[in-house]
Design a protein around this ligand. Structure first.
Ligand SMILES: Cc1cc2nc3c(=O)[nH]c(=O)nc-3n(C[C@H](O)[C@H](O)[C@H](O)COP(=O)(O)OP(=O)(O)OC[C@H]3O[C@@H](n4cnc5c(N)ncnc54)[C@H](O)[C@@H]3O)c2cc1C
Length: 378
């Protein structure tokens, strides 16, 4: 058995930082190389479900400093009317950890601090190579880094992925929108809540992310954000019935703080490795954001890969086992996110009426199962 000692990680996002901390805890020498030498200006937030929070807490990441436990996920229907309240907090705790709404930039800053000198910023990876007994990442500044393996955690537009698959592109979904973080709570949002609105052609949400902050988003299906027009105008046009809490968010957010996003994914990409180079997180299985699972999947990938370093007899076995275990789960997440986009933003009046009726009458036991699947990443 070749003992894995040195790991080069490309990308200091949520997947790369989690992997850096998890491998260091296993006693491996790791170095994380991040393209940017500054935290990018825009602030966004995300929902991290219980199963991924457990991984972060196991690495001593203090999620309470950067987010708030989510108690209730409200779903509102085609006319903005309340349909159901999902008991996220109660069910999450049954499985051992709360789910959290998180300020993404604060989390990345915190985890970067924890990785400390093992994080090298301003290192744009331009290519990788794999040899019989080592792998190398090359950077734009002319330097390179050598390890027993190179793991690409460099996101949806991964450079490392090009070594395994040339010319792979995201499948874009003709869907997109805006996200933002607010330094105050809109009056219509209660603490520890997420309010989701499923209206014809749009899915919007507002959530408490702790520390007096909130995040909101508007996602459109069948339309993309335009850089040439006022964002608020575009949102007012796209949202059929503007919920008061979303209006409050728009009133309280400077347009410069609204980040445009478009939805795309990489369903069924394989393999995830070649020689001594592997990819994980969005680099391997980018998903559209509508199921709110991509970051959770990157965190779970990192936690599982670190565990496999103890269990496998060689690197190929480790990479193959990782892919065999994680790929069916992440393919299901990507498909689930596509389905969620269609379910929440459908334009057919009869289907929406029927969906709302069903959502409003979910029996307790069935609701428990739905929430249990979400908090466990199934
Ligand atoms: C609008 C929106 C909402 C979302 N909401 C949720 C949610 O609620 N819950 C959830 O779980 N997920 C959510 N996601 C998905 C989630 O953001 C991604 O799945 C997650 O960030 C993937 O993590 P990653 O570490 O693989 O990639 P990234 O977070 O993209 O990190 C990649 C890192 O690699 C760096 N990098 C890129 N290229 C190079 C290079 N050549 N050299 C060195 N470094 C490089 C980048 O700068 C970046 O720091 C959302 C996504 C979007 C767009």
């Amino acid at each position: 058995m070749e003992k894995l000692k040195r790991v080069v990680i490309v990308g200091g996002g949520i997947g790369g930082l989690t992997l850096g901390l998890a491998l260091r805890k296993k006693g491996l020498e790791t170095k994380v190389f991040e393209k940017y030498d500054h935290f990018q200006h825009h602030r966004t937030g995300f929902l991290i479900w219980s199963y991924a929070i457990k991984v972060l807490q196991g690495l001593d990441v203090d999620v309470d400093r950067v987010g708030a436990p989510l108690e209730v996920f409200e779903v509102h229907g085609r006319k903005g009317q309340p349909l159901t309240e999902m008991p996220i907090g109660t069910v999450s705790r049954e499985f051992g950890a709360d789910s959290y709404e998180i300020n993404r930039r604060a989390l990345i800053e915190k985890m970067s601090e924890m990785v400390g000198p093992d994080l090298a910023a301003g290192k744009n990876c331009i290519s990788v190579e794999s040899f019989a007994d080592h792998a190398v990442a090359h950077f734009e500044d002319g330097t390179s880094a050598e390890g027993d393996v190179v793991i690409g955690c460099d996101g949806a537009n991964s450079t490392v992925r090009n070594f395994i698959h040339e010319h792979v592109e995201l499948r874009m979904l003709n869907a997109g929108g805006w996200i933002a973080v607010l330094d105050q709570h809109p009056p219509g949002l209660k603490p520890n809540r997420h309010m989701d609105f499923w209206e014809p052609g749009i899915k919007a949400g507002v959530a408490d992310i702790g520390n007096g902050q909130a995040r909101w988003y508007v996602g459109m299906n069948g339309a993309l954000p335009s850089a040439d027009r006022s964002i608020v105008e575009q949102i007012m046009e796209a949202v059929p019935v503007l919920p008061p809490v979303l209006q409050q968010c728009l009133d309280l957010t400077d347009e410069k703080e609204m980040v445009s996003v478009t939805g795309g994914d990489l369903l069924a990409l394989e393999p995830w490795y070649k020689g001594r180079v592997m990819i994980l997180g969005d680099a391997a299985h980018a998903t559209s954001p509508y199921a709110g699972m991509g970051a959770c999947a990157a965190i779970a990938d990192a936690g599982r890969l670190a565990e496999l370093t103890d269990d496998c007899s060689d690197i190929t076995e480790m990479f193959q086992r990782f892919q065999d275990e994680r790929k069916p789960l992440t393919d299901a997440i990507i498909q689930g996110s596509r389905d969620s986009l269609h379910m929440s933003t459908g334009r057919c009046r009869i289907e929406n009426w029927f969906r709302d009726l069903k959502m409003a009458h979910i029996p307790d036991q069935a609701m428990h199962k739905i929430v249990a699947d979400m908090v466990n990443g199934n």
